[in-house]
Design a binder for this molecule. Structure first.
Ligand code: ADP
Ligand code: ZN
Ligand code: ZN
Length: 649
């Protein structure tokens, strides 16, 4: 009988990255325990069971046993810590999240039990699959047990979700579990509803909005096998599913799969790794796949929509139009909807009323005091910083030169909403953006209101382009396509293409729909190709460009960021680190150091490393940072490493 265990106490400190030995019986790899650590009790995860303690150690006894995670998840977490340059304890915290005691007044969110209380019976699957769907399902089933990853590229409405549903059904009929990842917390209820309609209470839902009690219940139902299908956002990739057979990643192009805090993991990379470790199959589905996936993965295609054909896209050249943000072709089409009924979705890629206030006399632009960004005018008549939340009233005159000639630059969602109300007062307008979604329950209200409306326009930011499935949308429109192209990011083209294509996909799911794309740059490659639904052509041209410039997937990126209270030191610290990294080898190119915009009064800078050997470079970065950390801390500097960064600005 083993009597000792090697345990990682779940602490956040970066310096503590090794396990500690404790005394205890009946433990296994993956047992979650409480252990004495320093002067407190900590949760910890057993990494290994030992027959004897290392020499010279007098281990303390383990406290309570709190639960357990499958041993495979311990392997996954330790891999993740190494790959993303985090600590084992932080990574283990992802697979063994704390389960605090339920609050007395806790409201249970999304409880499956309640829905089973409603007598929900399974949704009937469509009588038959299309030929392409059947081939896709067959291919996925053939890969069961292999640990492989497959790209399912299919235009919006081609029946990808039906493919996931069938594959899940096969998985559970063979005694396996499945995880379905969707990009955003806001999309989880919609996706979960479709899976629950088919599989009833064998579906568990996990997302960050769940209360503690609901999360604990869902995790119990997953561990026990009662709910073999898990639907959730990013962190559901760590769900304790026993005998995992399948992971589906829906909308695999979505940037929200990357966690933008330590550990900076990418749920897509983790999904592929978990599938490989556990002999499952990972399916990555999208209408606009990432060039990385297109290049690396076996490719299964759904080329045609079920039902209506893809909508016609009309490009409106804003350089030739007087009306901004609403051109006359767009207003004319919206006028028809106001008269005859129907629904439209308008995408505006900025929040607020005006993204910037500019003085025509002296050229000054209103800026945040703590961040290098313009302040955005909102309908409350105040200027807001979208990074730090600072706000101030809009002055009647320029604070620099006192001129009254203040111009509002650009058009945010609130401005489009106002203009629309003035032009077509009889048309009901709903707005969905981060400002609206900040009010609890508001997002669901807006979506439900739009779903049930007979005639309405939904105005919103990216949120309206993402995955929502609205019935009866006759028109979708982009107010100003291509503004993202100004971003200094090699993925700007990809994002523009995805945004326009995804928005176009919201239209005409049942009947023939129409899409209007307003743009100042109708010749820009992503805009032009998105208007033709030319996904393959776009990805191939994008891959050719990336090959030439040596960007992913043809090189891997490691980003090193340093921030501090004044401008100079982050840049000089990075110069030193850069020189040391070039000496260490494995770096194909080092871009920067370059200053980034200041945020919340932190001056930031970064270097971007391109490499063919990401393990070697990541290891060198970690070693150098550990050595430099006392000096960095002394100067008030903070450093962070991002492996496979998704944003580089
Ligand atoms: P995607 O996920 O690719 O956007 P969905 O799976 O949501 O597409 O399918 C679009 C619509 O077509 C849904 O209403 C779905 O129920 C329907 N559908 C999917 N497959 C079939 C099929 N084989 N026969 C009939 N209807 C189908
Ligand atoms: Zn001025
Ligand atoms: Zn700010």
């Amino acid at each position: 009988m083993p009597r000792f265990a090697s345990v990682y106490p779940l602490v956040l400190t970066r310096e503590l990255d090794r396990p500690f030995t404790y005394l205890g019986d009946g433990l296994e790899r993956g047992t979650v325990v409480s252990v004495p650590f320093g002067r407190t009790q900590r949760r910890g995860v057993v990494a290994e069971v030992l027959d004897e303690a290392p020499a010279g150690i007098d281990p303390a006894p383990i406290g309570e046993v709190l639960g357990s995670v499958p041993p495979g998840l311990v392997d996954l977490a330790l891999w993740l810590a190494d790959y993303y340059g985090s600590t084992p304890a932080r990574a283990l915290g992802l697979v063994a999240p704390s389960e605090r005691r339920p609050r007395a007044s806790g409201v249970r969110v999304g409880s499956a039990a309640v829905e089973a209380a409603a007598g929900l019976v399974g949704e009937e699957p469509p009588a038959g699959l299309t030929e392409e769907q059947a081939a896709a399902v067959a291919r996925i089933e053939a890969a069961f047990g292999s640990g492989a990853s497959v790209l399912l590229s299919g235009v919006t409405g081609s029946g990808k979700t039906e493919v996931y549903l069938r594959a899940c059904s096969t998985a559970i009929s063979r005694g396996h579990g499945a995880i379905v990842l969707v990009p955003e917390i806001g999309l989880t209820p919609q996706a979960a509803a479709r899976f629950r309609a088919r599989f009833g209470d064998r579906v568990a839902v996990l997302h960050s909005g769940l209360g503690d009690a609901a999360r604990r219940d869902e995790r119990r139902r997953i561990s026990s096998g009662a709910a073999p299908i898990v639907v959730g956002a990013r962190s559901a990739v760590f769900a304790p599913v026993p005998r995992l057979g399948l992971i589906c990643v829906d909308e695999e192009h979505d940037a929200s799969f990357k966690h933008e805090a330590d550990p900076r993991y990418d749920a897509r990379t983790v999904a592929a790794k978990r599938a490989a470790l556990e002999g499952a199959v990972a399916v990555f589905g999208s209408a606009t796949p990432r060039p990385e996936s297109w290049h690396a993965l076996e490719h299964v295609r759904l080329g045609t929509r079920v039902g209506a054909p893809l909508p016609r896209v009309r490009l409106v050249d804003l350089r030739r139009e007087a009306g901004y943000p609403l051109s006359s072709p767009l207003l004319a089409r919206l006028g028809q909807i106001a008269d005859a009924g129907g629904k439209a979705v308008l995408l505006v890629n900025r929040r607020g009323v005006a993204p910037a206030i500019h003085c025509r006399s002296c050229g000054a632009t209103s800026r945040c005091r703590s961040c290098d960004v313009t302040l955005v005018l909102h309908t409350d008549g105040r200027l807001h910083c979208h990074h730090c939340g600072y706000e101030e009233p809009l002055a009647a005159t320029c604070p620099v030169c006192n001129s009254a000639e203040l111009a509002r630059l650009g058009a945010g969602a609130q401005h489009v909403e106002r203009e629309l109300a003035a032009a077509l007062p009889e048309l009901p307008i709903l707005r969905l953006d981060a400002d609206a979604a900040a009010q609890p329950g508001r997002r669901g209200e807006v979506l439900a209101g739009f779903a049930h409306a007979e005639r309405a326009v939904l105005v919103g930011t990216q949120m309206v382009a993402k995955g929502h499935h609205f019935e009866g949308v006759a028109l979708s429109a982009v107010i100003d396509a291509g503004t993202e192209l100004w971003a200094p990011d090699f993925r700007a083209e990809e994002r523009t293409f995805q945004l326009v294509t995804q928005l176009a996909g919201r239209s005409g799911r049942e009947r023939e729909g129409e899409v209007i794309v307003q743009t100042f740059d109708p010749d820009a490659r992503p805009v032009r190709l998105a208007a033709r639904h030319a996904v393959g052509e776009f990805v191939r041209s994008e891959l050719a460009r990336r090959r030439e410039l040596s960007y992913p997937p043809f090189a891997r990126l490691v980003r090193l960021q340093v921030s501090g209270p004044v401008a100079g030191p982050p840049l000089s610290a990075l110069s030193e680190l850069r020189a040391a990294l070039l000496d260490a080898g494995g770096v194909e190119a080092a871009l920067g150091p370059a200053a980034l915009i200041r945020l919340r009064n932190r001056h930031r800078a970064h270097i971007l490393l391109k490499t063919q050997d990401v393990r070697r470079v990541a290891t060198a970065v970690r070693r150098l940072l550990a050595a430099a950390s006392p000096a960095l801390r002394r100067d008030g500097l903070t450093a962070s490493v991002d492996i496979d960064p998704q944003t580089v600005s």
